[in-house]
Design a binder for this molecule. Structure first.
Ligand code: BES
Ligand code: MN
Length: 617
């Protein structure tokens, strides 16, 4: 395919001590390729050429030395010739001569003239010059580039020298090891809510830090907190002009109860069919590994076009009590252009998805106290109010017969969605059958007047997460319990505030709790909902990446789950977060037999490779 024409070759003049803007090869598109992606790329390139860029003296010397000592001629062409490039993008051609040596540095085979040049140029100089863009490809020519040369390209993505293909190929070649590492990581019982798991939590933090170092991340540190430690690392070699991504993740997992329902041990990762089973494998150690493996695949085969910072916590599943304070006090360290949160999921293996909204959470505990000790339910049944009965009545009153939450003012701040979004959600390629299957429930239920997808993404809910009272062991015991408790949480949507919901619950209890019992309400953790700007360049870069791998456009969806840190990034760092991930609704997150769909996981790694490259465009 013809992709462009060399229109000018520019070498800067060294004007005294001044360095001046330079571009060596000026490639202009338009050879019958309008509208295709190379055209777009080149427009951007031209912009760069106009403004030029400052080059350093060391670069000037390198150009001169190539020219003088290595017989590189840069002259206007007498006749038009073809230059065949192998799998490189037009964008990569600009500054081509700057990068020739980089290929050699990375151990990729070069065409002869390029090798000749690379052999004769100080690697340090070449490295210093590759401060933008990825691995550069070879030009099959005699080392002479002429004005009016036609640039043609062999099939994209099917060649050893295309940096993306190299990275993808590396990922595929290392697939088995990646899986072994995921198993290793997932065999650590890093349950954040268990006091007894502290040692394992530490092991998981150390595993994360060690792996970061292993794949070439710098300045890896474990930051202690009053709770579980945070792990930080960075890779800033792409230079100041390149964007910086902050990748977030958590290395902690949920408890495993009820243990007897697990087919294999929750911390003995087990591959069965297309799935691997383990606690935390999909939420979210598998997703963390996607980010790691993509980074490794690029860094081992070429050059990373963007800067990275990594931040991992060990307390996500218990409400991240120490994360926001850390972000607030480490703004400089975490300074970035945007964040990536791979802790969400897709709708199904064949529907790549981007999450543009996450619900918030307000978690609390209600306790009801009656008699001062457990009573014989015959001797005293009928004499006092039973706290378990009362708790159930109180909870039953929290919804009306339309499935609406009755806490006073609960819906006051709920932001309604517009018609456009409603229509878009209706077009999502999933239906109620999907949710029936995913849940195994005999029927679906929710707030009247809304579809299932709307209820999950755009409406707030209130749910009991657990209850405890009286006798719950095997067999029967006639007891009238002294107390009862329930863990209850509300999922919030924009613009509800957790603190308001606690207040509403308090008012509700004041109004409805009978005076024959005592009660208390304990607010636990929470965070508001978040919604992202769908047209950000970062989300678009992800969209293209998912499309490349799945060969179809991803859907945009709202997520029912919560990742409160997204709001903290917005608040303290002033950045948007790209939410994605490759877990599935039926992966049994927080349930027995949590699993990860391996084919999707591998596609996830490929997608992240593309995502990282796209971010640099
Ligand atoms: N990864 C989940 C959230 C999630 C699940 C997002 C599925 C998208 C799809 C996360 O680890 C989680 O479970 N978060 C908690 C919130 C936290 C404050 C305890 C949640 O949503 O319950
Ligand atoms: Mn998670």
């Amino acid at each position: 395919m013809t992709i462009g024409k060399v229109m000018g070759i520019y070498i800067a003049k060294n004007q005294g001590d001044q360095t001046v803007p330079v571009n060596l090869v000026h490639v202009v598109p338009g050879m019958g390729i309008e509208g295709d992606r190379y055209f777009k790329k080149t427009s951007k390139t031209e912009g760069q050429i106009k403004t030029g860029r400052e080059i350093t003296l060391i670069e000037m010397e390198a150009i001169e030395s190539m020219r003088d000592q290595d017989g590189l001629q840069i002259t206007p062409a007498q006749t038009r010739r073809n230059i065949v490039t192998h799998g490189i993008s037009l964008n990569d051609l600009v500054g081509q001569l700057f990068y020739i040596g980089e290929i050699q540095l990375r151990g990729v085979r070069l065409c002869e003239p390029c090798q000749y040049l690379a052999d004769r140029t100080d690697p340090r100089i070449l490295r210093a010059m590759t401060h933008r863009g990825g691995l550069r490809a070879d030009i099959i020519t005699d080392g002479i580039i002429h004005i009016n040369d036609i640039i043609t390209q062999t099939t994209y993505g099917n060649n050893m020298t295309d940096p993306r293909s190299l990275a993808i190929q590396y990922a595929h070649e290392n697939a088995a090891r990646f899986l072994d590492e995921l198993k290793d990581f997932s065999s650590i019982a890093s349950i954040s809510t268990n006091e007894s798991s502290k040692a394992d939590i530490l092991r998981a933090a150390e595993w994360t830090a060690k792996h970061l170092r292993l794949i070439g991340i710098n300045n890896v540190q474990i930051f202690p907190t009053p709770g579980h430690p945070l792990v930080y690392g960075e890779w800033l070699d792409a230079g100041k002009s390149a964007p910086t991504a902050l990748i977030y993740g958590h290395y902690d997992v949920q408890p495993v109860d009820p243990l007897n329902l697990w087919v294999t041990g929750p911390f003995n990762p087990d591959v069965r069919g297309d799935y691997i089973y383990a606690r935390g494998i999909t939420d979210m150690k598998g997703q963390v590994m996607v980010a790691f493996d993509a980074f490794e695949s690029i860094s081992k085969t070429g050059y990373l076009p963007i800067n990275f910072k990594f931040l991992f916590e060990g307390e996500e599943e218990i409400g991240s009590p120490n994360l926001a304070p850390f972000i607030e006090t480490h703004k400089e360290l975490l300074h970035c252009d945007f964040a990536i949160n791979p802790d969400t999921g897709a709708l199904s293996p064949d529907i790549p998805s981007i999450t543009y909204a996450l619900r918030g959470l307000a978690y609390m505990e209600i306790r009801i106290y009656g008699p001062d000790h457990d009573l014989h339910s015959g001797v005293f049944g009928g004499a006092v109010l039973n706290p378990a009965n009362t708790l159930c009545e109180i909870i039953a009153g929290m919804h009306d017969d339309q499935g609406r939450v009755t806490l006073p003012g609960f819906y006051d701040k709920v932001r309604p969605i517009d018609k456009e979004e409603q229509a878009e959600l209706a077009r999502l390629p999933i239906d109620d059958q999907y949710y029936l299957k995913a849940t195994g429930a005999p029927g679906l239920y929710g707030e009247a007047g809304y579809t299932t997808i709307e209820r999950l993404g755009t409406r707030p809910t209130l749910d009991v997460n657990g209850m405890l009272s009286g006798f719950t062991g095997d067999g029967a015991m006639t007891v009238l319990p002294a107390w009862a408790m329930a863990k209850i949480s509300a999922r919030l949507v924009p613009d509800q505030q957790p603190a308001d919901v606690y207040q509403q619950m308090h008012s509700y209890l004041e109004a409805h709790a009978p005076k024959e019992i005592r009660w208390s309400l304990i607010p636990m953790h929470g965070g508001p909902a978040s919604i992202s700007n769908r047209s950000s360049v970062y989300i678009k870069a992800l969209e293209r990446a998912l499309e490349t791998v799945w060969q179809k456009k991803p859907v945009y969806k709202r997520e029912g789950g919560s990742v409160p840190v997204v709001l903290d990034f917005q608040k303290f760092l002033g950045v948007e977060t790209v939410n994605t991930g490759f877990s599935m609704p039926d992966d049994n997150l927080h349930s027995p037999n949590e699993k990860l769909h391996l084919p999707t996981w591998y596609r996830g790694i490929d997608s992240f490779i593309h995502f990282y490259f796209n971010l640099a465009e």
